[in-house]
Design a protein. Sequence first.
Length: 115
Amino acid sequence: QVQLVESGGGLVQSGGSLRLSCAASGSISSFDAMGWYRQAPGKDRELVAFINSGGSVNYGDSVKGRFTISRDNAKTQLYLQMNSLKPEDTAVYYCRRFVGLKNYWGRGTQVTVSS
């Protein structure tokens, strides 16, 4: 089993910054891919940022140039630096980890951006 715990969410004004963290524990591997997803009220969950085992990253079009995904060397911590936040970034942000053929989700952390 894998446990993922997100932290760092909160309320921020438009134009501000937040840094999300996701701590992983359990049966994890350095070969795991990881990502951040978000879900706004009434909308589908969408990809925010993704990093594969080799370190290649992908971003959703709406966050390119503003958000940066990273991880620690041990690959137990995943981060999302969010700059120039907009009200439309308001959502619950989830960490996801791909372990072999399985994938796991955290419970999410709320990000609210006020205008």
